[in-house]
Design a protein around this ligand. Structure first.
Ligand code: AMP
Length: 191
């Protein structure tokens, strides 16, 4: 199985690119952000627990997030591989993911980061906020808080995956098509 993590700051294009990768490599796409938003819309218990964190741009506590992720994997086991989008975002999540995948005889094949500057991301997110109505994309303070969460809790995962020789970075600037080609070229060289 080929299991990848698509990694990067909010707005770096993880979800957009994950859609292309999912189709090309026949992977099952798991976006923890999408799962939370679905639960919030349908007003499940999980959604109610997660809502205030998403509204403020804070990370949802690990215990809730890890359990949701594991359930999603276990409910979709007959697949060729997974693409994890927006997970892991903390060291604890990354360690738990390794441990969990090992328990079902899987592992991460590669972590691929989309590299984009924060200035560019702020304008992208504000644009997206107008189209999708996502409240966490409409307020610069919330956006900056999400960058802080990334810088304080998520960026350390770069070294975590570098130490495992699984970290790759792709230039996330330019047209969507150009970025997709860069990702395809990289992944084709890995499989
Ligand atoms: P995203 O759609 O990936 O930008 O995520 C939107 C929001 O969902 C984040 O700002 C967090 O509040 C929450 N979230 C998504 N993934 C995670 C995660 N792995 N850990 C904690 N919170 C998360």
């Amino acid at each position: 199985m080929f299991n990848i993590i698509i990694f990067g700051k909010p707005g770096s294009g993880k979800g957009t690119q994950a859609d292309f990768l999912k189709n090309k490599y026949d992977l099952y796409h798991i976006s923890t952000g999408d799962l939370f938003r679905k639960n919030i819309t349908t007003e499940t218990k999980l959604g109610l627990e997660a809502k205030s964190y998403l509204d403020n741009g804070d990370l949802v506590p690990d215990t809730i997030t890890i359990k949701m992720l594991e359930n999603e994997v276990l409910s979709n086991k007959d697949v060729k591989g997974y693409i994890f989008d927006g997970f892991p975002r903390t060291l604890n999540q990354a360690e738990s993911l390794d441990f969990f995948l090992e328990s079902i005889n899987l592992n991460i094949s590669a972590t691929i980061a989309l590299d984009v500057s924060e200035d560019e991301l702020i304008s992208r997110l504000l644009e997206r906020g107008k189209i999708t109505n996502r409240s966490d994309d409409q307020d610069v303070d919330k956006i900056k808080n999400r960058f802080n969460e990334y810088n304080n809790k998520t960026s350390i995962l770069i070294n975590f995956y570098k130490n495992q020789d699984k970290f790759y970075s792709v230039d996330g600037k330019g047209s969507v098509d150009d970025i997709t080609s860069r990702l395809f070229n990289l992944i084709d060289s890995l499989i």
